[in-house]
Design a protein around this ligand. Sequence first.
Ligand code: PHE
Length: 365
Amino acid sequence: ATPAEASKQTPSDSAPILVGQVGSLTGSEATFGISGRQGISLALQEANAAGGVKGRPLALRVYDSQGKPEEAAQAAARLISQDHVVVILGEAASSNSMAMADKAQAAGVPMITPTSTNPAVTKKGDYIFRVCFIDPFQGEVMARFAHDHLHLKRVAVLQDNKSAYSVGLTDEFRRKFTELGGVVVATESYSKGDTDFRAQLTTLKKTRPEGLFVPGYYTDAGIIARQARELGLTLPLLGGDGWDSARLFELGGAAIEGSYYSNHYSEENPDPVLQEFITRYKAAYGQVPDSVGALAYDAARLAIDAMKRAPDLSGPALRDAIAATRDFPGVGGSITLDANRDAVKQAVILKVEGGKARFVTALKP
Ligand code: PHE
């Protein structure tokens, strides 16, 4: 277009459609925010290469939550009132997503979290969605695996009592493990930011557990594994999706070997759609996507698909289009959003072996 023609267009005709992300780009969960940004950026680039949405390109605005709920809430408010984003993607961690969800719901701006698994997140309101399973399922999966596959009878728990995810997942694990005939012999707690877990581990050791469930994030799990081994605890460690980061293997080293955790996907799944995504992600970022990278990509693509189907990009129209998503082909599995705006998907169990997470089994809802 000549400059004269271009100037005839109103900004909304050609200006980029702004997508917002809130993620922990710094702090002890930094890989969550960085992977999320990578997955979303790749989805936006691919959509732009294919012509954008309604003739407009897509652009991303990202703010750092620093892994803190108050910062996440402020970032969401800024995306809404200052940047006027059409949709908010994130956070990864449930406590942060819950803080953001209040802002998004009040403003009528749709929000999709890639990986927040606590049930309370989407209960914040009808503008809040997720593309992952929820913790009542994940807790059940780990309890069944501990009981049926590892034949554990006595399991101890070390949880982060400041994290909605950690506390919730502990409750769900305990409920199912007890129902199966197992015993949670003791539960000890720490608070985000703690780096010395020896007192709790010493207390737990006295209860003679056969396994230790650590439903925290990767930094805590890596350090806990090392300190547990130092104190002579040789039992298998068990975790949830919050362990999923390449940093887990660096921090945990030999101490985390032989541990198991539940996750959203395995890079060893031969599905060609997934493998082609992994190839593109590796080419762009020089690393294999972790589950936040993969699910953030899916969340962004699902949002873009809804933008194309929606009659316009207003909050209510986009909300309705997202809510109508059925059988969306995500790289981390097919996504159908249910009446609670949650995705019903299978979980995989991974084993830490040779500094990598190896596929063990998949469990269906
Ligand atoms: N499920 C975790 C939560 O709800 C977050 C998470 C999942 C982070 C998977 C990374 C990978 O807090």
